[in-house]
Design a protein around this ligand. Sequence first.
Ligand code: GAL
Length: 448
Amino acid sequence: MHLPSSSSFGKDFLWGVAIAAAQNEGAWNVDGRGPSVWDVFARRQGKIKGSAKPTENCDFYHRYKDDLLLVKALGFNVFRFSFSWSRIFPEGTGKVNKEGVAFYHRMIDECLQLGLTPFATLYHWDLPQALQKEGGWTSVHMQKWFTRYATFCAEEFGDKVKHWIVLNEPMGFTSLGYMLGKHAPGKTGLEHFFPAIHNAVLAQAEGGRILRKRVRDAVIGTSFSCSEVVPFTTKREDIEAAKRLDILLNRLFIEPTLGRNYPNEDFPLIDKLHLKTKAWRYTERMQFDFDFIGLQNYFSVTVKHNSLIPYIQASEVPAKTRKAPHTSLGWEINPESFYRLLKRYWNYGSVKSIIVTENGACFKDTLKNGSVHDTERIEYFKQYLAAVYKAKQEGVKIQGYLAWTLMDNFEWGEGFNARFGLIHVDFNTQLRTIKDSGYWWRDYLLSK
Ligand code: GAL
């Protein structure tokens, strides 16, 4: 696949970088912020590599001016960030923390002054701990809490922020946080997973409606993770294993949003979900006509049948084992699979447009003499951008691409050692060093 100049994507194409509050802000107990589930989860032994804590992070809370200058200097025109719910509502609901709100105004104003389009995510995984105490995403009160939060943000920031993402990767936080226990809040089992899924699907649509009603000229989307799932062999049982995982990874959250309710296939786990949530009653409430669907792709997956794995009966055949190209987290690099996914999502027919709201890669970077020569990351971006371009040329309405991520940050369960940034961060001194990939982006975006 061939990568043409950035101007070939069109003059209105959105070029951005993304960050998230829990991964970048730090200042976890400053100016009235309440704890989030990640602050609490990180204190649990063995949950996060290197026992890393998201307390200081990249200190974006205090350094946002410098960091936004870097965004600008690298040539981007969009800045995606998320609101920290517990900075705005320390208790999750009820009293507003004025200082937290003031921070977001300062930061958004700075974006606007620099000519960067602020692109806000309402929820990027950092539920206030106060709400988790009451059950969090599994609670019957979740809709009420989310409505209050979303309404507040829409009214408070809607004059300045026009681009919105309601949820970041609902499959990510419901499966890792409420089924597998690998992410905050560390819950496991279907009794957590099902209500969390259903609440997320409902919140997603309701968030869309709230923003539509309260923000004039809003461009509203929500972001899904997606991964092509490939059967390891042509054996029927492997093909079926791949189909099951595909339902979970690629269809579970978008289809109700499009008005199709949860996928209806021969898959007992999903049958159970329909039954437990009485899903047939909610078809309309789960639907919202989003202006765009955010797609986020980090790997493709190859699977084979495995009867020992509960519910899904599938297990991954890692890229390493198959000697397929992969990043330092073992995630398969497969730009063609992303191209196919972009076409596939577009082929639903009712997706109005697509924005790649995250895409990027983790490699073992070394900082030496003030430089980071991350040629693999440059190669990665080139290949994935070429895939996006090809899909766009073939008629998929893709309106933007946001790279993950501006700078190395707190990578959830991987702590601070998994580096995805275009800018290197020394977490002891907070020194930023632009990596070669950052310079590559600057040249690519500014040379036209
Ligand atoms: C996404 C997530 C980001 C980031 C990225 C890299 O799933 O939205 O916050 O961590 O993965 O792992």
